[in-house]
Design a protein around this ligand. Structure first.
Ligand SMILES: [Zn+2]
Ligand SMILES: [Zn+2]
Length: 111
């Protein structure tokens, strides 16, 4: 995928992050955990290297929930607005980035 810096944020923009270098693998996951967490039919995630990932602002507002019994699965979210945010896999080798958290919030959105 594309090179360069990609930034993202939560809905309230308290938390922002940047990904440099390669955007890793793009994957749709339909498992029951992802469906529960996202509240939709599947999760769309990017997998990037921790060395390419940085929080820009609001890291102290990043909440994390580790599912008991799960080997890799965790969730991360803004403690202010509840938006999904990137999380570090337990292996420490991959940051899982919810694909929809990338980019800016468009002010013209009617909803
Ligand atoms: Zn937020
Ligand atoms: Zn899943």
């Amino acid at each position: 995928m594309s090179e360069g810096v990609v930034t993202g944020s939560c809905l309230c923009r308290r938390v922002t992050y940047a990904i440099s270098g390669n955007l890793g693998v793009f994957q749709y996951c339909h498992c029951s955990r992802c469906r529960k967490f996202t509240g939709s039919a599947f999760a769309a995630n990017l997998f990037v290297s921790p060395s390419d990932f940085a929080w820009l602002t609001g890291e102290s507002s990043v909440g994390r929930y580790v599912l008991e019994g799960a080997r890799h699965f965790a969730t991360s979210f803004c403690t202010n607005c509840g938006s999904s945010l990137p999380w570090l896999a337990r292996s420490g080798r991959t940051v899982v980035v919810p694909a929809g958290s990338r980019g800016a919030l468009e002010p013209s959105n009617p909803l």
